[in-house]
Design a protein around this ligand. Structure first.
Ligand SMILES: C[S@@+](CC[C@H](N)C(=O)[O-])C[C@H]1O[C@@H](n2cnc3c(N)ncnc32)[C@H](O)[C@@H]1O
Length: 163
């Protein structure tokens, strides 16, 4: 989190806002806010009530600034967008990336094109060097301190939207 916050500060400046799209519990946004990053967490799942409905223990929600479709929140007010473990059975990651504007930073954490995060159209899109500049040096900085759990092969990927 320290390293992610440092990269954000370096790339989007002190005033840059971050959209955490599909934030889940909002744990990451909360950690970023604690480090002075203005992160806005959006998820369409009402975890507390959903848990209650199914008789599960209440799921902790650390931060959620909006409940709804994160695609509707992509706008020029955000300098960077986080896509951390986006779902793969639907074109969510693609829709987010498509809605982004030139100059915005996209920070993805998950498995690659053959894994269980993100959709095929997303990986095809971000591989287009005319639309996206891959910032491999930054991804490597995060991967260097990333803990991968057994059976998972997730890693960080960072791009800047070119057009
Ligand atoms: C695998 S979870 C990852 C959650 C969180 N980013 C994390 O890493 O803990 C995927 C999340 O995406 C959310 N999601 C899927 N489609 C969405 C949409 N259109 N708008 C907002 N959230 C969405 C789901 O509700 C779920 O919480």
């Amino acid at each position: 989190m320290d390293r992610l916050a440092g990269i954000l500060r370096q790339e989007i400046g002190a005033d840059g806002r971050v959209l955490d799209a599909g934030s889940g519990s909002g744990f990451i946004s909360n950690e970023l806010c604690r480090r002075g990053i203005d992160a806005f967490a959006v998820d369409r799942c009402d975890y507390e009530n959903r848990a209650r409905e199914f008789g599960y223990p209440i799921i902790a929600v650390y931060q959620r600034d909006a409940l709804g479709d994160a695609v509707d929140h992509v706008s020029s007010q955000f300098a960077a967008v986080l896509l951390i473990w986006p779902p793969y059975e639907q074109p969510f990651a693609f829709d987010i990336a498509k809605a982004m504007q030139p100059g915005q930073l996209l920070i993805f954490e998950g498995e690659g094109a053959d894994g269980c995060t993100g959709d095929d159209k997303f990986f095809e899109y971000v591989a287009d060097g005319n639309c996206w500049t891959a910032l491999k040096g930054l991804s490597d900085q995060l991967d260097a301190v990333h803990v991968t759990f057994a059976t998972q092969s997730d890693h960080w990927m960072i791009w800047r939207k070119a057009r």
